[in-house]
Design a protein around this ligand. Structure first.
Ligand SMILES: [Zn+2]
Length: 248
């Protein structure tokens, strides 16, 4: 049974790229003999006049998808002794009642209807990062890394592939938002914090086993908007106040 929406917690974050980041984009506009493996970019983001080309960004869906997959290795569905990943043999949870289902939404054939609590925005590069790219990448916004496989007998490189990546120290900014319904408990917020930690210990995007995609989340501030107040009231809160928001 769904309950009224009390408000929304917005975590303003920066994602700092610590190793090269590759979130794959579409190859549609790449000429033959060009880059094999491009990174996803927003088509001409008109943040300022000086940006005339597409800029790399981090889609919210990439963050959300990875966070869910990682959490399913530590969270258990309602009434189960096993973690979701083992219980469901790789399928996302559809119990409709566990923390993962409440936050991310139940998978197909959900047994109960719960509103999806989590929203993850797309993360865009900061102005400082765009300036850094312009300065260090010769007018480009990504570096191109040549990846080789080695011929083990001859010791020579085979089939070089050209892969675009976002360079270390790039920073992207955006919001992770958690809707708070009547009766929700702080454990939902804590689950997202755990999801962030899991993601920092793992990787974002592709080629993580080759060292790509290490990121750090920097929480800039937490905002709470109370929808029970007229007009809606938004204020900055610290992490200790989250328990009060959810109530005992
Ligand atoms: Zn579930």
């Amino acid at each position: 049974m769904s309950k009224a929406l009390k408000g929304i917690i917005k975590i303003e974050c920066k994602i700092r790229v610590l190793t090269g980041l590759h979130i794959g984009g579409s190859k549609e506009n790449v000429e033959i003999g060009g880059i094999d493996n491009i990174v996803i970019k927003v088509p001409v983001l008109k943040l300022d006049e000086a940006i005339e080309r597409d800029v790399p960004y981090i889609p919210g869906s990439s963050i959300k998808g990875k966070m869910r997959a990682l959490l399913e290795w530590v969270e258990k569905p309602e009434g189960s002794m096993q973690v979701i990943a083992l219980e469901n043999k790789g399928e996302p949870c559809n119990c409709g009642r566990c923390r993962v289902c409440k936050l991310f939404g139940a998978h197909k054939n959900a047994k109960t209807e719960e509103p999806v609590r989590l929203r993850v925005e797309d993360f865009y590069p900061t102005e400082k990062t765009i300036d850094m790219w312009k300065k260090f990448l010769d007018g480009d916004f990504v570096e191109v890394k040549v990846e080789n496989t080695i011929d083990r007998i001859k010791g020579t490189a085979l089939h070089p592939r050209h892969q675009e990546r976002v360079i270390p120290f790039s920073e992207f900014t955006g919001f992770i938002k958690i809707r708070v319904h009547e009766g929700d408990r702080k454990e939902l917020f804590d689950t997202i914090i755990r999801g962030i930690q899991l993601l920092e210990d793992d990787y974002l995007g592709g080629s993580g086993s080759r060292g790509y995609g290490k990121v750090k989340f920097i929480k800039e501030k937490i905002l709470w908007t109370d929808y029970r107040k007229q007009p809606f009231e938004e204020k900055t809160v610290d992490e200790n106040e989250i328990a009060n928001i959810y109530g005992a």
